[in-house]
Every structure is written in structure tokens, then in C-alpha cells.
Design a protein around this ligand. Sequence first.
Ligand code: GDP
Ligand code: IMO
Ligand code: MG
Length: 424
Amino acid sequence: MKVDVLLGLQWGDEGKGKIVDVLTPNYDVITRFQGGPNAGHTLEFNGEKYVLRSIPSGIFQGGKVNVIGNGVVIDPLLFKLEAEALAASGHDLTKRLLISKKAHLILPTHRMLDAANEAAKGDSKIGTTGKGIGPTYTDKVSRNGVRVGDILENFEEKYAKAKGKHETMLKALNYDYDITELEKEWMEGIEFLKKFTFIDSEHQINNYLKEEKSVLAEGAQGTMLDIDFGSYPFVTSSNTVCAGACTGLGIAPNKIGDVYGIFKAYCTRVGSGPFPTELFDETGEKMCDIGHEFGSVTGRRRRCGWIDLVALKYAIMVNGVTQLIMMKSDVLDTFDTIKACIAYDIDGKETEEFPFEINDNVKPVYVDLPGWQTDMTKMQSENEFPEEFNQYVSFLEDQLQTPIKIVSVGPDRDQTIIRYTEED
Ligand code: GDP
Ligand code: IMO
Ligand code: MG
């Protein structure tokens, strides 16, 4: 068996949580491979709404195994709050959530360093989620990190050593902080984490594949936030692309199966950084209002704009996307005209190739498509799609040269339409 990967093609918040939950019945194992509590993955079903941060979105559909892979960074305190809230709502995970010993821990001082680094950047701050993501991955790469497996042996010593280094850095940045209370709660988080099974996840996942078990890897963030291929430096600190599933789980590239690329019918971004198709007018406001575009975790207003096919083609290329999933189509239900950016005008020259950097010189070149002006939220099958919507889908498939297999028409699990082709 192979590992199928589902990942975001834009700047995050595409609706990954919802679709992982929808696809979960087709898999035996669901696993996260990168990121950490910077993620906020929303699921809605049976009138309930859940937001997951570090825990895979496969926990709600009948006793599947869920794995937090080595590429993930874990804040034990936030993990405890997340798992306790789930247990209180009847979803106890201690027996079916496995955690890689090689996953790195986000220390309280990592959070402080995140805040201090942002403060030091002033106007050019990244607008991080403030969860300590950058400093934790920095420690991993500079070989100073503390891992989940370290909890089992000489933990106090390892923790104190890392904390000492961070304190020196925070002093150099003149950053005032007090982590007394946070550290106490964080240590309770460490005790809580011990209730879970720590595994050598690379062995375990490869064994699942040998046993013919199907595995789905759930990406966090999106390709435009990838540390290598995103809008650097306004990115997160991990590889959000498909290759990240190999390093974040310990599977070989030839063990990757389908790659589901998920995108919104328009585009959003939260935090700072370039966004060529961003709208600053009432059309953008309308998208934000109808799409409820506010961060699932931070509550920050998301910037909104038209779909960017230059960026999407690039994302499809670097991920090897085999199937597309289009989300939030319903948000455009009342628009007269839909615009799609098909090229960038850079200093008077048009290109369809994603450039080294997207800066103020990049101007989107749009085509206009007719809106469908029909409420799609109650539709159950593609046979009900209005003609203009079919036109939009065909236009995107033609541009992106990849089939759109799923269309989402609302936040609920049931508002999901699978499209069938002759091969199905
Ligand atoms: P993720 O981080 O990729 O899992 O996405 P988020 O959960 O951060 O953001 C997606 C938001 O859109 C959530 O509030 C979802 O409930 C909501 N959502 C998902 N799919 C749809 C859809 O098709 N239509 C609408 N209107 N909302 C959706
Ligand atoms: P999900 O998985 C949207 C953004 C932050 C910031 C940048 C770096 O829900 O799609 P970080 O805290 O990672 O150092 O912040 O990345 N960001 C996200 N934006 N969705 C996310 O996750 C994000 N995770 C990080 O806003 O611009
Ligand atoms: Mg999100």
C-alpha cells in the first residue's frame, strides 16, 4: 500500500480538516506530518463544530488509528487542552492516538522567542501565530531540540539545557517575560503526554503499509507557506509540500500514492506577506463576510482575493497533485462575475510562471467568468450544478490540467459532492 497525502495549495485554511474527516472512512490510519498548533482545522457534523490543532482530523470517524509523525512540533500544554476538550465531548483518544518519539517539543521559551523575534522585526514582522513554531524548528535544525522521546530519560536535564540557551537569547533581545505559571502548566502537559503511546513512527507506518493498511497523511498550512517554496520569508518553518510527508513520517518517495491538492474557489491569507490577488474593496469584504474568513485559532481576519492560477499551477507542480478538491464554492454563490488570475504582469511582462519572489511589481492578469447566482449549499450531486458553475470547474481543470474530484458547498461534512468521471 501507499500513503495518500492531502495538502493545502494556497496560504492555509483551505478546509483540510473537513476533507480529511470526509475521507477518513476510506483509510485505516490518519497521520499529521508537519506543523503544530499553528494549524486550526475545523470540522462540522451533526450540528457540532470542532477545531483541531495538533491532533489529526481522523479521530471522529469510527476507531481509526491516528498518528502524530516525527515532522510535527508539539506543545504539551496546548495538546493537553485539545485532548481534554475532546475527551469531555466523548472522544477519548488515549488508546488510538500514537505519537512519534522523534517529534520535537515546543518549550514555553520557544513561545517567548517567537514573540521576541516578531517584536524585533517591527513593521516587517511575519504575523506568526505566536505558538513558537519558528524557534522550535530552528532548534531542531541547529541540533538543540528536545524531542518527545527525551521525556522518557533525563528529561529535566535536557529541558534545563535548552531553556538556558533560550534565556540567553531572550536577554540579548531585551525581551521581558515571566513564564512561571506557563512553565508549571507546561510541565503538567508533559505528565499528560505520558498517557499516550510514544512510537518509532517510521517503523510503525512502514509496517502498516506492509500489512496492506491504507494511510492518509494530513498536511497543515499550505504550499504558499512552505519554507522552501512559499512566499519566503513570510512562511511557516516546515515543509508543507508533499515531500514533507516523506521526511515527516519516514516513508520513501515511492511510497506516496495519491496527492489531493485542496484549494478555495477564491483565495485567503492570514498574517503578513505578499498576496497578488488580494482585494481591498467591497468585493473582498463580501468574500470575508460570507466565507466567515476569521482564523480558526487566532480569530484574525483573513485577507481575501480572487483565485490565483499562477500560484496554484506552481503548487500542483511542486506537490505532484493527482486530484483537486475545491472548497467554499458556495461563498461565490451571489457574485455576478468571478475573476481568475491567469498570469502575472511583472514590470510590463506577462508570465504564467511563478517568479522567485512576489512583490509589489507583480500585478494579476484576470479573466472574467460569469457567476452562477444560485444557492449551492443544499446540493447533493453534481447533476444539480448550475451551468455557470460547471463552466468555472471546466475552466479551472483546463488551466490546471488536473481533475477536480470533490466540490465542497458548505462547512458541514454532508455538504460535500464527489464528482464522477468515466474512469470511476
Ligand atoms: P483548514 O485549516 O485547512 O482545516 O481550514 P480551516 O478550518 O482553518 O478554515 C476553513 C473554514 O471554512 C472553516 O471554518 C470551515 O468550517 C469552513 N468551510 C470548509 N469548507 C467549507 C465550504 O465548502 N463552504 C463554507 N462556506 N465553509 C467551509
Ligand atoms: P492551517 O493548517 C493559515 C501563517 C501565519 C503566518 C505564517 C507563519 O490551519 O491551514 P507560524 O506561526 O507558522 O510561524 O506563522 O504562517 N500560518 C497559517 N495561516 N493557516 C495555517 O494553518 C497557518 N499556520 C501558520 O499566519 O503568516
Ligand atoms: Mg486553518
